[in-house]
Design a protein around this ligand. Structure first.
Ligand SMILES: [Zn+2]
Ligand SMILES: [Zn+2]
Length: 421
């Protein structure tokens, strides 16, 4: 137990965290350019927030939440997703009273008690954006285009953008009835989950991956064809704007989101994955969410993507990672009396902004030079011996193995000059 992490969690070692940092840096940079500020909310919230904000009928709330009582007997839950907390923070901090729209992003760990399987973790990491306070189709287009731009910058290819409109409470009530009417004769052929969804949430049956349910819903009435004039106009405008931005998309009438507070635009980005396609990013409008949490009705839209999945896709697609910026200078110690001078020199190089290392194990010069090779440094400074008596050091350029003597007091300036350009 002591040397084993909990099931479904991960250690990220230095050999791979630099890739995470690279991806996060691109995400933050895109957000800055699109005018999104970072929102940091707690890792845990009152359980009620997710019951309300994610939805009682979802798998997340029904089966997957890390919920526990704290010492005060309050039920708290490790956040399973980011949107509910963002909406809570928007209300609690009275962001609705300030200039609209409010555009935020988040990056961080999420928790779901899921069956651990390849690429699925109980602690996983998500990035997402949320926009509160505008129902204009231009926001939908901006948010979708931003998601696609993120993948472009990460170098991920073979994407397909699916969009749909799931309507509003007005058009959805009509669709719900039509759908139930269509499915009623086939109720027995639906999976157990879908049978219980039939009354509570029939729309989600369209989204079920079970073969029987897929067959039963073939030809079912879609919400897309029953949109009210307002929703239809909104959807048309989103499509027009995406075309103007040169973002290719497919209208997928089976793309639905099961909860009542989801409205209008829904979208999903698929990536080709060894023959099949799988979802890499999902998002949409949720004009009913803030109201569901007890605020006034405030329109909202956002998307979320998983970082594990994103990085896995980049690796599968052989994306060119940037060179990792490693150590540039190794300060080797010749004789123990040079130890102090070597450490001081290393520190001086670092204070000039150079990545420098020195020996920390009292190794032989030969072993130290081997380490310098392994670190792929550009220069090795050898401190000690007769040279140090004369106030000099040996500087070895690792690219051509040339070596020269330099005055000790010049070496920091010399290396700064050489390596900073
Ligand atoms: Zn509508
Ligand atoms: Zn089903």
């Amino acid at each position: 137990m002591l040397t084993q992490r909990p099931k479904g969690t991960n250690d990220f070692l230095p050999q791979e965290t630099w890739k995470w940092q690279y991806v996060e840096q691109i995400l933050r940079e895109v957000c800055r350019q699109y005018g999104y500020g970072e929102l940091r909310t707690p890792i845990f919230e009152h359980t009620e927030l997710f019951q309300r904000g994610v939805g009682e009928t979802t798998d997340i709330v029904e089966k997957e939440m890390y919920t526990f009582l704290d010492k005060g007997g309050r039920s708290v839950t490790l956040r399973p997703e980011g949107t509910a907390a963002a909406a809570r923070a928007y209300l609690e901090n009275r962001l609705h009273a300030g200039p609209q729209p409010v555009k935020v992003y988040y990056i961080g760990p999420m928790f779901r008690y899921d069956k651990p399987q390849a690429g699925r973790y109980r602690q996983f990491h998500q990035f997402g954006v949320e926009v509160f306070g505008s129902d204009e189709p231009v926001v939908d287009a901006e948010v979708i285009a931003m998601a696609m731009e993120i993948y472009r910058r990460l170098g991920i290819k073979d994407l397909e953008l699916n969009i749909n409109s799931v309507g509003c409470p007005v058009c959805r009530a009509r669709h719900r009835e039509a759908l139930q009417e269509f499915l009623r004769p086939q109720l027995a052929s639906l999976c157990k989950d879908c049978q219980s969804r039939f009354e509570r949430n029939p729309l989600r049956i369209l989204d079920c991956k079970q073969e029987g349910c897929q067959a039963a819903t073939r030809g079912a009435p879609t919400i897309t064809r029953q949109l009210c004039p307002d929703c239809k106009d909104h959807f048309d405008q989103v499509q027009t704007l995406l075309k103007a931005l040169g973002v290719p998309f497919t209208v997928n009438e089976r793309l639905v989101r099961g909860l009542d507070y989801y409205t209008k635009t829904a979208f999903e980005i698929m990536v080709k994955d060894i023959g099949a396609q799988s979802s890499i990013c999902g998002g949409g409008r949720y004009n009913g969410l803030v109201g569901e949490l007890g605020g006034e009705d405030v329109p909202g839209i956002g998307f979320a993507l998983g970082l594990e999945r994103t990085i896995l896709t980049m690796e599968k697609q052989g994306v060119a990672w940037p060179e990792e910026a490693g150590t540039r200078v190794f300060v080797a110690v010749l004789g123990t009396e040079a130890r102090e001078q070597a450490l001081v020199l290393t520190q001086q190089l670092r204070s000039r902004g150079l990545a420098a290392e020195t020996d920390l194990l009292g190794r032989s010069l030969k072993a130290q030079l081997k380490q310098a090779d392994r670190l792929k440094v550009s220069y090795t400074v050898i401190v000690g011996g007769d040279e140090l008596q004369r106030g000099e050091v040996q500087l070895r350029s690792m690219s051509d193995s040339s070596q020269q003597a330099l005055k000790l007091e010049q070496v920091v300036d010399y290396l700064t000059e050489k390596l900073k350009s």
